[in-house]
Write a protein that binds this ligand. Structure first.
Ligand code: B16
Ligand code: MG
Length: 220
């Protein structure tokens, strides 16, 4: 089936907010729980919801807290995260993204966002590219995080396309797994070793032409 829509992950594909999530979770683990989290462990939180991320951190440190504390800690982490995100502007858009959005628009390809983040809409507004999107699926519209395919299947539905007509741009293992489960081909942003299930991979999208992607996807 020909590709009619591109669905982009936010964190790690459009902007590098992963580093801010990491700093905020690290601060919370250090100050509230009394242990540290490594960058390697942070990799396993990519594409995972806020509540589930907290659960995984508690499990890592072997800590038990009350339900009220869980709410308070997740809120505190988000406040720290938002302080960091607040300084973002168009210069934080990752290489090649604005050009890719413009090329897609010119080629008549529909554009969707598939993010687990509840802050996604605000971030797209902040960096000035929200106008490109025909559908935005974020953490406010889904009940299951990646690797569940819900976020991408809802994207296809809102874009009016069959899943097989959608191509997902993802940087995280859980995100690529979600797209594969949704029956979609994927452009992995990273290395083939880190994202073995991706149909093709690019280090980043700087200088990448749509036709180059579509030709490789046909072969993939
Ligand atoms: P929030 P994505 C995900 O975004 C992040 O990768 C993940 O680290 C984060 O916990 C999740 O959003 C929830 O974010 O706390 O802002 O609702 O990769 O799906 O764009
Ligand atoms: Mg991501």
């Amino acid at each position: 089936m020909p590709i009619k829509a591109f669905i982009f992950d936010l964190d790690g594909v459009i902007v590098d907010t992963a580093v801010f999530h990491y700093q905020a979770w690290k601060r919370m683990a250090n100050q509230k729980l009394g242990f540290d989290i490594s960058e390697e462990f942070n990799e396993t939180l990519k594409g995972v919801s806020r509540v589930e991320s907290l659960e995984r951190i508690l499990q890592l440190g072997n800590k038990t807290i009350t339900d009220q504390e869980k709410i308070d800690f997740a809120t505190q982490k988000n406040d720290w995260y938002l302080e960091l995100v607040n300084g973002m502007d168009a210069s934080d858009i990752l290489p090649g993204i604005t050009e890719m959005l413009q090329q897609s628009k010119n080629a008549g390809i529909k554009i969707g966002l598939g993010s687990v983040s509840k802050n996604a809409r605000m971030i797209l507004e902040k960096v000035g590219i929200i106008g490109y999107f025909d559908a935005i699926i974020d953490g406010t519209k889904i009940s299951r995080g990646k690797p569940d395919p819900e976020v991408f299947l809802k994207g296809a539905l809102e874009l009016g396309c069959d899943p097989s007509e959608c191509l997902v741009f993802e940087d995280a293992l859980a995100g690529v797994e979600a797209a594969v489960s949704a029956g979609m081909k994927t452009v992995g942003i990273g290395t083939k070793e880190a994202l073995p299930l991706a149909t093709i991979t690019y280090k980043n999208l700087a200088g990448v032409a749509i036709n180059d992607i579509l030709e490789h996807i046909d072969e993939g």
